[in-house]
Design a protein around this ligand. Structure first.
Ligand SMILES: Cc1ncc(COP(=O)(O)O)c(C=O)c1O
Length: 374
């Protein structure tokens, strides 16, 4: 085993890179004496909405809560179907059930790992019941095919919710992901491209009515303090996390650029090996939350890399519709899940975080070139 293993991700390195600004932000918040929904959250909401290019941002407790509240604010009713993918974090699908709706899972496009618009179109044309929303997941940092999805949902009168948990800052054409649907949901889980030092999430929308409902829903449905207009919950981004996110947001574009540089170096270094490298859709920017290769000999490759001190991860090893919590009772589109199931067997995430240095990237490339499984 190598003396200096390379982790697959490293949120502590993200903290250390901005330590002074983050420590100051924490001290400022502790000193302020105001810890819930104060100046830090409202300033972050203004700054993040401006960064994404939406009119409103509402800070919530997590990316999962962002999705649940977005579905409710979008008018998804109990018993409605919400179409999304099975090749995603379980949270995407869990959120649909938490909102009282029924997931309807659609296969992915094998090149981008995002929802297949053709298969979605088929299921929207002959739905098993009322489909009121589609959640498009911009997986690994690359936007789904928004050029196809936006007119498709408009044709069927269905809401589009963008799951941007892995795509902070990515562009589709000249606009950022998160400005194409009715609502965009973000997670600030510590390893995300914009990560807090705890849980956090946000919803971005340019719809005034949806934003107002979200503000009520995250705080007991309050119209005014102690008076609930609608049944809500408690899911507020807290002041400390908002202050930390404000310290990190100004570096997000630079960090995304560094991720893209690392991806370019991997692309170049891994040419000619028996691996499928990430596809980049023309006209989009990929912010490389993950750099994912495919291999028919993934487990052997993973073990060989571990021997070389290179950590990897699998996003995701079991499609949601195959997991015990969902298998057999969750709706799957008639077109099936062939690409999802194949991807789950082959995908492998290499080390990827902005603080990875060039020597470490070279070591990852050399380790891959050395193994006989690639
Ligand atoms: C695609 C996707 N959706 C939703 C979530 C849920 O976010 P959180 O962990 O903040 O609840 C995550 C992150 O875990 C994610 O990667």
């Amino acid at each position: 085993m190598s003396p200096n293993p390379i982790p697959q991700t490293d949120p502590r390195a993200g903290y250390l890179a901005r330590r002074k600004a983050i420590d100051e932000a924490i001290a400022r918040t502790l000193e302020s004496g105001w810890y819930i929904l104060g100046a830090e959250v409202s300033s972050f909401e203004v700054e993040f909405a401006a960064y994404i290019g939406g009119r409103h941002c509402v800070g919530v407790g997590s990316g999962t809560d962002a999705l649940v509240l977005a579905l409710r604010a979008a008018g998804v009713r109990p018993g409605d179907f919400v179409a999304t993918v099975s090749h995603t974090a379980v949270a995407t699908v869990a959120a649909i059930e938490l909102a009282g709706a029924k997931p309807l899972l659609v296969d992915i496009d094998p090149k981008t790992y995002t929802i297949d618009p053709e298969k979605l179109s088929q299921v929207l044309s002959s739905p098993p019941g009322r489909i009121s929303a589609v959640i498009a997941v911009h997986l690994y940092g690359q936007p789904a095919d928004l050029a196809a999805l936006v007119p498709l949902v408009a044709k069927h009168g269905v809401r589009l919710i963008e799951d941007c948990a892995q795509s902070h800052g990515a562009y589709f054409g000249d606009r950022r992901a998160g400005t194409f649907g009715d609502i965009a949901c973000f997670s600030f889980y510590p390893t995300k491209n914009l990560g807090a030092l705890g849980d956090g999430g946000a919803v971005v929308t340019s719809d005034d009515g949806i934003a107002e409902r979200l503000r009520a829903l995250r705080e007991y449905g309050w119209k005014e303090r102690y008076i609930s207009d609608i049944p809500g919950t408690n899911s507020r981004l807290d002041e400390l996390q908002a202050a930390i996110l404000r310290a990190k947001l100004p570096a997000l574009d630079l960090e995304n650029t560094r991720r893209a540089e690392i991806a370019d170096a991997y692309d170049k270094g891994l040419q000619g090996l028996a691996l499928t490298l990430p596809y980049r859709r023309a006209g989009t920017s990929h912010v490389f939350h993950q750099y994912v290769v495919r291999s028919g000999k993934r487990e052997a490759l993973r073990m060989a890399l571990k021997q070389e001190g290179v950590a990897t991860n699998i996003h995701y090893p079991v499609p949601v519709h195959r997991q015990a919590a969902y298998e057999g009772r969750i709706a799957v589109a008639p077109s099936g899940m062939a690409e999802t199931e194949r991807a789950a067997l082959e995908v492998l995430s290499l080390p990827m975080y902005p603080q990875l240095d060039d020597a470490q990237v070279d070591r990852v490339v050399a380790a891959l070139r050395k193994t006989s499984f690639s």
